[in-house]
Design a protein around this ligand. Structure first.
Ligand code: S3P
Length: 426
């Protein structure tokens, strides 16, 4: 699929699909819960579908009605005979590994070409320490997991990773006793918030979080907050064109809100209204107006809070009044694509001056972007980055491989049009 994007004024109000991270967790935690749960606004993208399919293979019943997904756990969650396919989804593979480590039996986890190139030793290693037997293909998928009979550990994460932290916490549910994880920098904390809201004993102390196992989470009803990482495309389009753009009912969890802080530092106006809490997660309406002006520096201690938004920060930086620097972001090289390389390549195609560092990007400001022909690198976020760049570029932009966007945001093109974006699909 190709997208043709033209320059446009972006303004208005949108809602975005439910948060992908929270969606995966809601399904998995519902599968472990003490009864049937109901989830509203579950995102419909490919990644969360991958989690759903895997859980169904493990005996979970999932019923979909237009607005609500019901999840009915079986009496005995079990490992299926055939392989579990995580598709493109690192979150599915890594979080599910934690659950499979806790179940008796032998599970095999596979993924698509992109996922098969992503590092899995980071999750295998702590789960082995807990007692699971895990074989990888040289550190990469497929994974073979022989689980059951886990023991508690206290684990120091070498890299800040919510996926690895969550895998250990989920495995910890199967253990009698307290399992703890300490991170170098706090990553998104959706798993611990959700478990803590559902009666599981969760204890946080600085960058350490501990779970006490042996109890099932309560069954629950929730409305998944809008995805802050999907909202980011529209808010950044506002920050490039002047906006204003409002995204309604979006997640405001601080461990995901790094982009809002960067937008403020770069000189745009960010206003939050109608804040409330949904199963431990803050939600509200965010409005961004005014163009970015100032350059920005993003360092390692901030990176986890905007890990998936860094390509957008680099795009914003092309319009700042001076050079910007992003460092401590080497993790971006092991996402759905090498996002440091892909971002540098894409922005250069638009005429930006970008230097790729081993762990970040240096971006010159004050660039006039010109329409370009780019590829998504098979990466959903890169396809949508191209669309946002295209709305401030002179001339037309063509994005090849735009179908990748359906991994997190199947309805992106209609939402984009609803705020004035000009996009043709072929
Ligand atoms: C995610 C955590 C992050 C993020 C990914 C989703 C999650 O990955 O990049 O898109 O749902 O836990 P890491 O845990 O590898 O940092």
């Amino acid at each position: 699929v190709r997208w043709y994007i033209d320059g446009s004024n972006i303004s208005g109000a949108v809602e975005v699909p439910g948060d992908k991270s929270i969606g995966h967790r809601a399904l998995m935690i519902a599968a472990l819960a003490s009864g049937a749960s109901r989830i509203r606004n579950l995102p419909d993208g490919g990644d969360v579908r991958s989690t759903e399919c895997c859980l169904v293979q493990c005996g979970v019943t999932v019923q979909r009605s237009p607005n609500t997904v019901s999840v009915i756990p079986p009496d005995d969650l079990h490992v299926p005979d055939g392989p579990l396919d995580a598709g493109n989804s690192g979150t599915t593979m890594r979080l599910l590994s934690g659950i499979l480590a806790g179940l008796p039996g032998s599970a095999r986890l596979i993924g698509d070409d992109s996922l098969s190139r992503r590092p899995m030793e980071r999750v295998a290693e702590p789960l082995r320490r807990m007692g699971a037997n895990i074989v990888t293909r040289g550190g990469y998928p497929p994974l073979q997991i022989d689980g059951g009979n886990l023991r508690a550990i206290n684990y120091d994460l070498p890299v800040a990773s919510a996926q690895v932290k969550s895998a250990i916490l989920l495995a910890g549910l199967f253990v009698d006793g307290q399992t703890s994880v300490t991170e170098p920098v706090l990553s998104r904390d959706h798993t611990e918030r959700m478990l803590g809201s559902l009666g599981v004993d969760i204890c946080r102390n600085g960058k350490t979080v501990a779970v006490s196992g042996g109890h099932r989470p309560h069954a629950f009803e929730m409305t998944v907050p809008g995805d802050a990482s999907s909202a980011a495309f529209f808010l950044c389009a506002a920050a490039l064109t002047g906006g204003p753009v409002t995204v309604r009912n979006v997640g405001l969890n601080e461990t995901r809100a790094g982009l809002l802080r960067v937008l403020e530092r770069m000189g745009t106006r960010v206003v939050v209204t109608g804040e409330r809490v949904e199963l431990g997660e803050p939600v509200g309406d965010v409005t961004v107006s005014g163009r970015v002006s100032k350059p920005v520096t993003v360092e390692a201690d901030e990176v986890p809070r905007l890990i998936d938004e860094i390509p957008l920060v680099a795009l914003l930086a092309t319009q700042a009044s001076g050079p910007s620097l992003i460092r401590g972001a080497a993790e971006l090289r092991v996402k759905e694509s090498d996002r440091l390389r892909a971002t540098a390549e894409i922005l250069r195609a638009f005429g930006a001056t970008v230097r790729e560092l081993p762990d970040g990007l240096e971006i010159m400001g004050g660039t006039v972007l010109t329409g370009a022909r780019i590829t998504s690198h098979g990466d959903h976020r890169m396809a949508m980055l191209g669309a946002v760049a295209g709305c401030v570029a002179r001339g037309q932009t063509v994005i090849e491989g735009a179908e990748a966007s359906s991994i997190s945001y199947p309805g992106f093109t209609s939402a984009w049009r609803s705020i004035g974006g000009v996009i043709d699909v072929a």
